[in-house]
Design a binder for this molecule. Structure first.
Ligand SMILES: [Zn+2]
Length: 579
């Protein structure tokens, strides 16, 4: 386990001493317990920015030693009211705990003395109550000098009269969590703490009943939760609107329970529902139209939809999009149909196909965006789109760390870095498709079963089984390990006149990088061009002979489909062949 930063450690000692009398000497292990079950009743008062929660949680001791104390954490803007076992109130110490896992940069901890130590792997049920406010707060970002506007576009969560949107763990701890300190000024600290938490919670069940009351004179609002099975009830009780929603996330998987309360218009089509703020009604139609138009392309690649895509509007055009479970939150301020198509292609893919592995789940959803662009605007537009990710990727790959250290951590199968499991994975899927062909890759995707994905090699094996080619070197360079990017140079290009009025160009390509790839070579001649593909392994050379009907004039190594550490394509002029 990662050692907490100094200030937290001294605080832990302080807590330790306060509890010495009651529980004896122990080291506080904040991640000793996982919360395996939540059953919460949530009262939301948007006028007052308030949230009140009451309910039960089940804690499981994940350590090999009995645990006398449990730590429960909620956002620092919320306060603990009670912790009980059945009717019996438990002694607990409430204290602030600085951690960037919450938008406020802090948590309210309850350090609970359990009635008796909980044995390894055993569980304990606690009744809990807490309440407080959730207001716009970007402290964790502004205190590390993020400009205020950018910080608020990222941490936009709040309960407010006109628009409420609150995301869970990693944004706002509106339900209890149990985590070590996360510190945004340390490189991957927040990602690591959050990733550990998500792994521990993946099999947990979260049942939440939301309750919201408004004056009957107010405009009615919708309550939207990122779980498709939620049931929403509305009724008028003594001149008040009463809205409730009953939601069960079972299991949680990677979903971050989140809720939105807003005055939404609805555009509902067969495959997609778009919830828009009144000023974005036109854009909502564009998204819904894109959804219907893209269904054939996406289902051809990824199978038919398992669920309906839901997209809900955000209040500010600058608010960063957020996707979790069956819901995408994104501002619909941009009515551009290509933008809508990109967004919808991504979400439709999630609705058709899912994987517990981010490089497959997110990688394919981004790959689908490139497929959509190719389908509507041609291959070059798709390559240009991927090019925007490639430049960020080249920078991310240019790490100062020794390659051996980053090779395993940053491999696609292990990485927590979004640039890798989104941008790099998209390029990897595109290269695989170029290498094995559409039909073979579609068959591999169709054969994939998320519940059978117990080993990182499962998907690579499905792809390998659809082709005669040896792809092991490719998976090793790009998927199992991070060998960086290729770096191609045309070492030589010799043309000569062949017998039957044609020309033969021998091109030797050198790859100076540590990752191999199959790179396209395009030879241009008067009146046309011809493209061939050449496999060039890492730190190696390969030669290909390409026949052209007229004298070759130039050769382009890489059309941009293979990410490189240097320039993404290279053009070489060819001198007239000797007779
Ligand atoms: Zn996604």
């Amino acid at each position: 386990m990662k050692f907490p930063v100094l200030k937290t450690f001294t605080r832990s000692l302080w807590v330790l001493c306060l509890l010495c009398g009651s529980v004896g000497s122990f080291a506080l292990d904040r991640e000793a317990f996982s919360l395996t079950n939540y059953d919460l009743n949530l009262l939301v008062d948007s006028e007052q920015h308030r949230l009140g929660a009451r309910g039960k949680v089940t804690l499981r001791n994940d350590t090999s030693t009995p645990q006398p104390v449990a730590v429960l954490q909620i956002s620092s803007s919320l306060n603990w009211r009670a912790v009980k076992v059945g009717d019996k109130p438990l002694q607990f110490l409430a204290q602030p705990f600085a951690s960037d896992i919450d938008h406020t940069g802090g948590l309210s901890e309850a350090i609970v003395t359990l009635p008796q130590p909980v044995a390894p792997h055993a569980t304990v049920n606690l009744d809990i109550a807490y309440e407080g406010v959730i207001e716009l707060d970007a402290t964790r970002l502004t205190r590390i000098n993020t400009p205020e506007d950018a910080a608020k576009s990222s941490d936009w969560d709040q309960i407010a009269p006109n628009f409420t949107a609150v995301r869970g763990a990693g944004y706002v701890a509106w339900y209890p969590i149990a985590t070590d300190v996360a510190n945004l000024s340390e490189d991957d600290s927040l990602f690591e703490v959050l990733a550990r938490w998500k792994v521990r919670e993946a099999a947990s069940t979260v049942h939440v009943k939301f309750e919201l009351t408004r004056d009957s004179g107010d405009r009615p609002q919708d309550l939207v939760v990122n779980e498709a099975s939620c049931v929403v009830f509305r009724e008028e009780i003594s001149r008040a609107q009463h809205i409730t929603s009953d939601c069960t996330f079972q299991p949680l998987r990677w979903v971050i329970p989140s809720f939105v309360i807003a005055d939404y218009g609805v555009v509902d089509r067969h495959s997609i529902t778009v919830l828009n703020l009144p000023r974005h009604a036109v854009a909502a139609e564009a998204y819904a139209d894109a959804g219907e138009r893209l269904v054939p392309l996406i289902s051809d690649w990824f199978g038919s939809s398992r669920e309906k895509v839901r997209i809900a509007d955000l209040a500010d055009p600058d608010d960063a999009p957020f996707e979790s479970g069956a819901l995408l939150l994104t501002s619909l301020a941009n009515p551009d149909s290509t933008h809508a198509g990109l967004v919808v292609a991504h979400q439709l893919t999630h609705a058709s196909f899912s994987s517990p592995r981010p490089w497959i789940d997110e990688g394919l959803a981004h790959f689908a965006q490139a497929l959509y662009l190719e389908h509507e605007k041609g291959r070059q537009v798709a390559l240009d789109y991927m090019g925007a990710h490639r430049s960020a990727l080249s920078q991310t790959e240019a790490s100062d760390l020794p390659r051996s250290e980053v090779a395993t951590d940053n491999s696609l199968v292990n990485t927590l870095n979004e640039e890798f499991y989104r941008g790099k994975a998209m390029c990897v899927w595109w290269m695989l498709r170029d290498m094995v062909g559409d039909a073979a890759l579609k068959r591999a995707i169709a054969a994939y079963r998320p519940e059978q994905d117990k080993d990182p090699s499962y998907m690579p094996r499905l792809i390998a089984s659809q082709t005669q080619r040896d792809l092991e070197w490719f998976f090793d360079d790009w998927v199992y390990r991070d060998h960086g990017l290729p770096d191609f140079r045309a070492e030589s290009a010799f043309p000569r006149k062949a017998m039957s009025n044609s020309f033969l160009l021998a091109v030797t390509v050198e790859n100076l990088g540590s990752a191999g790839a199959e790179v396209p070579l395009t030879v241009r001649f008067s009146g046309g061009q011809v493209t061939k593909r050449l496999e060039v392994r890492a730190k190696d050379k390969a030669t290909i002979r390409i026949e052209t009907p007229a004298a070759p004039e130039e050769v382009v190594v890489n059309d941009g489909s293979v990410p490189e550490s240097g320039a993404a394509s290279h053009t070489y002029k060819i001198e007239a062949p000797k007779e």
